[in-house]
Design a protein around this ligand. Sequence first.
Ligand code: ADP
Ligand code: ZN
Length: 614
Amino acid sequence: MDKYTALQTYFGHDAFREGQESLVDALLSGRDALGIMPTGAGKSVCYQLPALLLEGVTLVISPLIALMKDQVSALVQNGIPAAYLNSSLSAGQQAEVLRRAQQGAYRLIYVAPERLLTERFLAFVRTAPIAMVTVDEAHCISQWGQDFRPSYLDIRTLIDALPTRPVVSAFTATATEQVQQDIIRLLDLRQPCLVRTSFDRKNLFFGVQTVTKGEKEDAMLGFLARHKGESGIIYCISRKAVEEVCLTLQNLGLPATRYHAGLSQEERQRNQTEFLYDRAAIMVATNAFGMGIDKSNVSFVLHYNMPQNLESYYQEAGRAGRDGTPAECMLLYGKGDIMTNKFLLMTNKFLLARNRDDADGVDEATAELLYRRNLSKLNRMADYCSGTRCLRKDLLTYFGEQTEGESCGNCSYCLSGYRTVDRTVEAQKLLSCVLRIRQRGYRPAQALVWDCLRGISSEAVMQLRLSDLSTFGLLREMREEELNALRDILITYGYLSVEGTALPILTVTERARALLRGQRTLSVRVPPDPVGRQAAVTVSPEQMQALKAVRTRLAKRAGVPAFVICSDATLIDLCVKRPHTRAELLRVKGIGVAKADKYGSELLAAVRQLDREP
Ligand code: ADP
Ligand code: ZN
């Protein structure tokens, strides 16, 4: 099987994303590789696909014990045999995994770094055909990274213990030069194929809001009001803050749950599952939560406190919008956050040195060195929060990336020049025009509506005799792009829906009644000077709701979280592409052969249902 067929068959992707193919090619040809890509860029495919095609088994070293199970079950869902080895398995279970592995039952085995040098594991790797060693979250090996894990240094020892040297690949979302050098040196990567993709996540809005202690809660509630019904994460600095914030939200009837290291293993697992399955849409957590979380429909990440460094911030914020749909990352910055963080760094220094005999402890001098580095990272973080320049540009510069232009147009700094204007009247005119055309018995195609509103006597307008409509020429002063922008906002607020992409037909929704009657107003943020807005997704909330219900049903049946069945991006693509055959279904983003086999008939039935109820 070639790599393209494998990509389509096992992962359901039509094409490689930026950077993926070079990494896959390098690994397939036996060359080491280092992939530095932001969260959500698609690092997993870069090693999972070669693991499928290479002769022998791939070991994936990952610090994420709690999440290995999910990663493995996602692979198995895609028809790829895989297993994991960590302390959550009994000795008997581990022996069983190794026995089956010996017989070649798996393509990939996920291993915790602490397992690597155990007798049993070493005995296994000395006789098993190891094709590749993949190091996930590879920055953990560096003292310049934000999560130094001394046990990562064992990886090199493991590789050296193998009878033949396997291909070695490493992946991280931490992009600073020092970390990159450390990974190459400490893992002994040999002339690695180095791929660094852009860290820009265009679908993420970045914001900083400076607040006093007393204003924080209101700022959070205001933020959540704008994200009603959506799924998101709220990061807090301490366990105590998590408890307080979570309680506040629950008392307000919001579907919040919590996660921090002070909870029992069972409760953490349970709460995380509640969040992953969308039963609790809001996760309030410390930074203990989220590494490796691949929930695709996270619409916002709110930082209730400033994190310790930009690496952590970008990684945590990056958990929003993994499916490419617009998402908001907001940081509530209080001056007290600096003091609290300094205190935490200090405590951490003492703990590290005190535990120097443990797998993940260090000596005193190293602890002091790490402390100084962390302190300067903290100052840099506070500098980001000062809000004196484009936030995206600042983040990307920090990660060593050149950016064009002065303003990104999608962060709180760049949008601060925006004005809020009332667009109620324009919206009423647009919606009435759609209704009037319908009353005459015609299907209001967008182009026709625009002609009527702008008072253009086009051929279609003349033929259908629409120039005597009461709404004819009511928005003469608006340009086509302005009408499109207004349309996008009306769709976002659920006042208007659009069917069809080639010839979009406009429909006024039930919700729009209140706006038409003047019981509701519509205000819009407009840029200081006219710049193009991003086109919004042309899928109605009703259609998404219907598809999500089908996904929930499938997820329940399979006993997996909804996003394992498919991402929101897949649902949107289903709405847009409207597949009616299996072949068409396979062209939808994220649907491979395994998923088409398992869920194909239900998904096709759901699309047929959509066709019946526009
Ligand atoms: P990372 O590990 O870099 O944070 P993941 O490997 O978890 O990212 O991938 C993020 C998302 O992108 C997943 O939902 C995955 O299915 C999707 N994805 C990865 N590669 C592709 C591709 N070539 N085409 C479309 N979607 C992809
Ligand atoms: Zn900006």
